[in-house]
Design a protein around this ligand. Sequence first.
Ligand SMILES: Nc1ncnc2c1ncn2[C@@H]1O[C@H](COP(=O)(O)OP(=O)(O)OP(=O)(O)O)[C@@H](O)[C@H]1O
Ligand SMILES: [Mg+2]
Length: 323
Amino acid sequence: MNDVSTQHNMNASSESPSHDNQPGSLQEPRRIISPRVISISSGKGGVGKTFMSVHLAAHAAKSGQRVLLIDADLGLANVDVMLGIQSESTMRNLLTGSAPLRDLIVHCPQGFDVLPGGSGLYELTNLNVSEQQTILDSLREAGEHYDLILIDTAAGIGDNVLYFASAAESALVVLTPDPTSLTDAYALIKVLSQQRGVRRFMVLINQTDEIDGHITFKRLLSVTDRYLDVYLDYVGHVPQHPSARKAIQQQRLLNDNDPALRPHLDRLFDHILNRPRDASRSGGLQFFWEHTLSAGLDDDDQDASNVPVGQGGSMQTTQRLSS
Ligand SMILES: Nc1ncnc2c1ncn2[C@@H]1O[C@H](COP(=O)(O)OP(=O)(O)OP(=O)(O)O)[C@@H](O)[C@H]1O
Ligand SMILES: [Mg+2]
């Protein structure tokens, strides 16, 4: 049986080399200096994805990283609402060719850039392949200006979610201890692993305390270990506190000295940003692009190569993934 500490130890394996990300180092292969791309997703909605995304973006920017936050909840975008920023153009302008990507990016006072989605735009909720390619083409170009790209997706297992989450270097899944959130997180992980070949997931339990966070993670782990061939990395919990709602209502970020949530968020975000890069999936938007294309072309092969549900005990699974 895996416990949480085992998971952490297993993750610090030699599979993912530690990268110091030094620009200009002639020894380093190009992919190591490419931006890290992290998707933030959930099965159930309203669990705190956008809240985590904007605060993670601000935290990384504060530590000197050049950050782009993409609001990929296309159709029901709300990063801009949460940050109190206004954008004239939306992703639709990009797709119709009426505005280049650089005109859509908003520079936030919090020190990072945002690519706003579009609200109320039904046609964006299911991008077709050529629209996906248009977005990725633009993002690939923009990628060289950033160290970190965060993709705040919609909830659920819709096509856009699977597309963005499977193309990122790392997938962060947010859930709460609510049983429906747990079940939906499992469904998301299952679909991403079985249909898109995503094997590693960072897991964040929001709106809970330390003990319930661990219990919830273990519950999730017990079913994924039993039925899926995936590796879960528990990055931590965030307590429930009214200051989160208050900040959102006032369309601002938490105060830097917020005593209830700040220490948790800072620790959690440092932990996430210090995770080793995944050498097999790094490559930033170049990877994003190529991976997506090949995933599209090889869909049948990918399905066939999935490890059947129920194979592999917990230790076997983690050993295989970390060796
Ligand atoms: N730790 C927390 N404590 C209290 N409230 C929180 C916490 N985290 C998030 N919230 C609140 O939960 C609500 C939903 O958060 P958020 O919009 O980030 O969720 P979401 O997962 O992005 O939702 P959606 O699926 O609709 O995109 C917000 O009002 C937010 O303030
Ligand atoms: Mg959201």
